[in-house]
Design a protein around this ligand. Structure first.
Ligand code: G4P
Length: 527
């Protein structure tokens, strides 16, 4: 068991849409022999959409909503890539996927640098102190100056960087990269486009004649200057800092032409960690602990139209999972057998007999799981720290049109909220039946309406609400009914009964804090 766990590497790839996440994932799978042809990742996604009904919407929009997990073997490692949806409207799903990863690979478009989505995702990684590896992509196109890119990363994210390699030119003049550790040039030629392996050329940077031959005197001079500057002024390499998430190793390359991907993969696997320990309310669980434990980080409904099923994805935190074994669902307070445990092996969904800490398994969910739930060995009964609920950014009031269908409406909206696709709130003791829905991206409203209609047969009326800010009340002694608030502030509860306040502007939050002594507010919720 220990051997199996220690060879696992579980990471997420994050990026702003279009930076090249799908392309890089595809190339990594190629090295693992998990796919034969480039293009299969996208191909696979299309095939899967054909069998899942609510993703019709996704197909119409031509965007990727769902995230999946892919496992493959490479060089003795068992790699789990947690793929995250690229569209910014689905960032909450991405946030949660990051909770299941032990490290993150951040793909950046060399021409664009840091983009809004990268910024948001980085914050989540930083919150968990997970190691972040940066892949600066598309060097075969015109790019920003690499020194500027490095400086931007350090300034914006407040972390150190250590370029593992350094680009030589870009776009039409892209000549390759200089490997700082091996001190050799990895040459890029048109001939290498899309090739699996790329020949490295050992080339002493001071041997001006042979370097000139390879990259020309102008680029040689620039490379020598840049490297000198990096050696003197940039951070030193320190693996402990990398693993603590304080120093990000940076790689330059071009995923599309498969340039620098293999070097990245090898170096990344050496530096990243096997499954990390996880905190519970009372103790820290070592992945090598023989008792099985896992937490649910994602729930996906109706992946298969024929079965109307719901799958809960859980990340195994310790021990070994065995099919048929009875485990304990902590939040439900019940012993359970996990039905139809499955894993994504490249393109196939397979029923599995066993899995280990670091792995992600999908299990059939009869509607009992919520995001953040713990499942563990019966003698364990731990509770992993919840997955933070992020503040929704858009609010609407949702009412059913057909007043007779109350039951279906309640069930539908509750199930969708349990999956974490939306957050629902209601006004306590008001007698009003209105449900307030909060989402991170507005497209989720459409997904909600579509699913309520197709899966539950409910038509709804939606009205946008003007709230801008949301805060969970973090002081148990405060009675929300007695608070002094601006007239447009609303007290609501989430479906777990936590108290919150909805504000129309930032200054109303300040007002609430100023006028109510002892009131503590939080921007996200862990329960
Ligand atoms: P994403 O998952 O992060 O959203 O990005 P994706 O990999 O889909 O890449 C976005 C576009 O950028 C794609 O082009 C892809 O081919 C291109 N791309 C990715 N890596 C590189 C690279 O290293 N160099 C260059 N020049 N282009 C790259 P597209 O035309 O939008 O899609 P497609 O028609 O090629 O699938």
């Amino acid at each position: 068991m220990k051997q199996e766990i220690s060879r696992r590497r579980t990471f997420a790839i994050i990026s702003h849409p279009d930076a090249g996440k799908t392309t890089l994932t595809e190339k990594l799978l190629l090295y693992g022999g998990a796919i034969q042809l480039a293009g299969s990742v996208k191909g696979k996604a299309t095939a899967r959409h054909a069998v899942s009904d609510w993703m019709e919407l996704e197909k119409q929009r031509g965007i990727s909503i769902t995230s999946s997990v892919m496992q493959f073997e490479y060089d003795g490692y068992c790699i789990n890539i947690l793929d995250t949806p690229g569209h910014q409207d689905f960032s909450e799903d991405t946030y949660r996927t990051l909770m299941a990863a032990d490290s993150a690979v951040m793909v950046i478009d060399a021409a664009k640098g840091i983009e809004p989505q990268t910024r948001k995702l980085f914050k989540i990684c930083a919150m968990r102190h997970i190691p972040i590896f940066t892949f600066i992509n598309k060097l075969d196109r015109e790019a920003k100056n690499p020194l500027e890119l490095i400086e931007e990363l350090e300034r914006e994210f407040g972390i150190g960087t250590y370029p593992m390699n350094w680009p030589i030119g870009c776009g039409k003049d892209f000549k390759g990269v200089y490997d700082r550790e091996r001190k050799e040039i990895l040459a890029f030629t048109e001939f290498h486009r899309g090739q699996n392996r790329i020949k490295a050329i050992e080339c002493d940077i001071n041997d001006s004649e042979s370097v000139d031959e390879l990259i020309g005197p102008y680029l040689r001079k620039q490379l020598a200057d840049d490297i000198e500057l990096l050696d003197i002024a940039n951070y030193d390499f320190d693996l402990a800092q990398v693993r603590a998430g304080r120093l990000s190793p940076v790689f330059f390359g071009s995923a599309l032409t498969n340039f620098g991907v293999e070097q990245f993969l090898n170096s990344f696997l050496e530096m990243t960690t096997p499954p990390l320990a996880r905190e519970t309310a009372d103790e820290i669980i070592d992945p090598m602990d023989e008792r099985f434990s896992a937490f649910v980080f994602k729930i996906q409904a109706n992946m298969n139209k024929a079965h109307r099923d719901r799958i809960a994805f859980m990340r195994i935190c310790s021990g070994k999972f065995e099919r048929g074994e009875e485990y304990f669902h902590v939040q439900g307070g019940k012993a359970i057998k996990l039905a139809q445990p499955q894993q994504m092996m490249a393109q196939e969904r397979e029923i599995i007999e066993e899995a280990y800490a670091g792995d992600v398994i999908g299990v059939f969910d009869p509607g009992i799981f919520s995001i953040g739930d713990t499942v563990c060995a019966k003698d364990m009964k731990v509770r992993f720290e919840g997955i933070p609920t992020f503040a929704p950014e858009h609010f609407a009031s949702v009412e059913r049109i057909d007043t007779m269908k109350r039951k279906q409406f309640d069930k539908g909206i509750m199930q969708i909220a349990q999956e974490g696709a939306i957050q629902i709130f209601h006004q306590p003791n008001s007698g009003i039946e209105e449900v307030i829905v909060g989402v991170v991206g507005v497209l989720q409203f459409e997904v909600l309406e579509y699913r309520l209609k197709t899966e539950y047969g409910i038509d709804v009326r939606r009205r946008a609400l003007p709230f801008q800010e949301i805060r969970w009340i973090d002081s148990p002694d405060v009675d929300p009914t007695t608070l002094n608030l601006t007239s447009d502030t609303r007290w609501v509860q989430d479906f777990k009964g936590n108290n919150l306040l909805l504000f129309t502007a930032e200054w109303c939050v300040d007002w609430a804090l100023k006028k109510n002594e002892g009131l503590a507010l939080r921007e996200f919720n862990n329960n």
